[in-house]
Ligand binder design. Sequence first.
Ligand SMILES: [Zn+2]
Length: 151
Amino acid sequence: MKCPYCGSARTRVIDTTRGEGSIRRRRVCKQCQRRFSTLERAILASPLVVKRDGHREEFDRDKLLSGLRIACARRPVSADDLERLVDRIETHIRQLGRAEVSSRVIGDRMIEELKTLDPVSYIRYAIVYLGLEDLDAVRGEIDRLLAERNQ
Ligand SMILES: [Zn+2]
């Protein structure tokens, strides 16, 4: 690993942190003594996403993230929480090992994750995703959620 500051190939690992599906290494350059980090992660292709209308598109994590940000606006959910949530979804669909995956699989997973992360964001997302069209439907979903939590 070359030092990004001076280009020297003489670097030393001073710390290793294992994350979910990745390894971060803190390094020091023996030449200029500066420190930097490297992130190592497996590169796996994500399957194509088959939309409801049948057309296919690349898995787009930015699109998922922007949908989540809207659902979680002004809620106690950090940017890190959202990144990790999308990481888990991406890992999940890759582990299915298929060339294509239905957008439903992603949506269902997303909704399950949100339910645990933040109930209010979950309801906001559910209104769009589950197509809850009136107050009764929203109320039904909230009742169901409350019943699940009280179990
Ligand atoms: Zn250096």
